[in-house]
Ligand binder design. Structure first.
Ligand code: ZN
Ligand code: ZN
Length: 429
């Protein structure tokens, strides 16, 4: 599966002619990040390494945006402004890949507990790819005109890193972009790139509901408003939201992941807590589902004679990733021209991402695509034996780590090729 390289006279071919030299340091950079992961909002060493690398490539660099966010800016005359984004954070997972550059790092989480840390989502790969692409675009300014804004974002896993950069003035720091582009490594054969127009990643909302009852002795239920029974009714009734209130065929997930009440078998408690998670693929359905949940909870509280209304709190919210059709067509055409057979359609994903908070806040169309990270031979073996689900580690698993090549090359190429689909070819090129 070797791509037919574009003619070297094309801007992409010219800019990518330096890939071999970049590959050497980018692979080392990747291994170093992988061995030294940092939790969301704590990406201090990672951000410093990114800033140092950008400066070494002669790129104007801004640091400390929304916490640890870093921006590299290449102004290269008149022309379109392209924003490229990578996320930098890792997860509290104990690495079990057995790689010689595996992480043994630990950190203190928000709750004060010591936790293992691992790049289990491939954000280290995103950083290495974007650094490589940015360096190549900076070295190849003779072949294009316009502006490239490379954004290295903190805290994707907590869903608030993109917003943090926007709130800290990203829009005033960089010129107004014409397009925003981002990518994610996925459990698919390395070397492949995948695009999907329209809703691509789900919106995610977590909700905490506190149900108020009236506690009493377990032998005297007449004196109580039992929040355990109330919570149980709600959990059952919530199942009707997907089954009875959403269109068959439209993917919606509503999961109650936490249910807590009481301390002892013969004490009716004062309250119960429900935590649930919702995944949707349209803003309309998202609003309708959240509304239905409140309607059911309020009505069940009323039915139970709850002494006060339930308390609601939304948290861990991720926006819908809804790829702009025209933008995605342009990326897909550029990928097909460059990668040939390796450019594929990307199936809709059930995961969520906060990248789109940046283009949404800036009022910019965007495209977010996937790149494979699994050893192609391993993937094929698993596919032939019908064991993809069992044998191919997925993001967030302790065994997830992309093979460095061809993942790194593909991610660098994808970023450069997509950016050049907007940047104007230089007349001098
Ligand atoms: Zn993740
Ligand atoms: Zn991720």
């Amino acid at each position: 599966m070797v791509a037919t390289p574009p003619p070297v006279s094309s801007p992409a071919g010219s800019v990518l002619s330096g890939l071999e030299a970049v590959r050497r340091w980018a692979a080392d950079f990747y291994r170093d990040l992988h061995a030294h992961p940092e939790l969301s909002h704590e990406e201090h060493a990672t951000a410093a390494k990114v800033a140092e690398r950008l400066a070494a490539s002669g790129i104007t660099t801004h640091t400390g945006i929304g916490g640890t966010g870093v921006v590299g800016l290449i102004r290269n005359g008149d022309g379109p402004v392209v924003l490229l984004r990578a996320d930098m954070d890792a997860l509290p997972v104990a690495e079990a890949t057995g790689l010689d550059y595996a992480s043994s790092a630990t950190a203190t989480d928000n709750a004060g507990s010591e936790v293992p840390v691992m790049h289990a989502c491939g954000h280290d790969m995103h950083v290495a790819c974007l650094l490589g692409a940015t360096h190549l675009l900076a070295s190849g300014t003779g072949h294009w005109t316009g502006t490239v804004v490379s954004v290295f974002q903190p805290a994707e896993e907590t869903g608030d890193g993109a917003h943090g950069m926007v709130d800290d003035g990203l829009a005033t720091l960089v010129p107004r972009a014409d397009v925003a582009l981002a990518q994610h490594v996925l459990p698919a054969p390395a070397g492949l790139v995948g695009t999907h127009a329209g809703p691509t990643l789900s919106a995610a909302d977590s909700m905490r509901v506190i149900l108020h009852g009236r506690g009493a002795h377990g032998s005297m239920p007449q004196a109580s408003v039992d929040p355990v029974v109330l919570a149980a009714m709600i959990v059952v009734r919530l199942q009707t939201v997907v089954a009875r209130e959403t269109r068959p065929g439209e993917p919606v997930v509503l999961t109650v992941g936490r249910l807590e009440a009481g301390t002892k078998s013969n004490v009716i408690p004062d309250y119960a807590v429900i935590e649930l998670n919702v995944r949707t693929y349209s803003e309309q359905t998202r609003a309708a589902v959240l509304e239905a949940i409140k309607r059911i909870v309020d009505a069940e509280c009323e039915a139970s004679g709850s002494p006060e209304p339930a308390d609601y709190e939304l948290f861990d919210r991720f926006p819908l990733t809804d790829n702009d059709a025209e933008t995605t067509d342009r990326v897909t055409a550029a990928f097909t021209a460059f990668f040939g057979e390796r450019a594929r359609p990307l199936p809709m994903q059930t995961a969520s991402e906060d990248f789109s908070d940046i283009p949404r806040a800036l009022g910019v169309p965007y495209c977010y695509w996937g790149i494979g990270g699994t050893d192609p031979q391993r993937y094929q073996t698993a596919e032939e034996s019908g064991r993809i689900a069992q044998d191919i580690p997925v993001n967030h698993s302790a065994a997830f780590a992309p093979v460095i090549e061809p993942t790194l090359d593909t991610g660098i190429q994808a970023m450069v090729v997509a950016a050049l689909a907007w940047l104007a070819p230089s007349r001098a090129a």
